[in-house]
Design a binder for this molecule. Sequence first.
Ligand SMILES: [Zn+2]
Length: 145
Amino acid sequence: MTRLIEVNGREDILPKYRNTPIGLLLEYQNLNKTFSAYEKPRMLIGMCMDNRKNLWVPDNFAYIIRSGGANLFYHEFQVSYAIGVGGVQHIALIGHTNCEMVQLEERKDKFINGLAINAGWEKDTAQMHSKTFRLFLKLAMRWIF
Ligand SMILES: [Zn+2]
């Protein structure tokens, strides 16, 4: 069961997240909280690379890893770095609606043609690349969800 909670006021933030970096993230992003100054990161945020999405957080507040579908596969070292060296103890993984990283099969031709036109790839190479990474993402998404 998926349950989303709309955050329109500080009282909407679950008590266990208030006064934590997760609560601050929600306050910055949803409630337009005035930015504070940070000397070190308070958390790690994983989110999709989608150009339609952005974050409203102060400088130095968080490490941010952006990848297709907010998938952190192959970002294990960066996650470990944020925890081990950066000292973060909170991680938020942000998903969104209408993510273009799902149902990649539908955009296969656009992907292949785009690589050929925009990057000069041979179509065979682009097809192989598309097939390999669509399979990878499909497996990764199954593992996560
Ligand atoms: Zn997305």
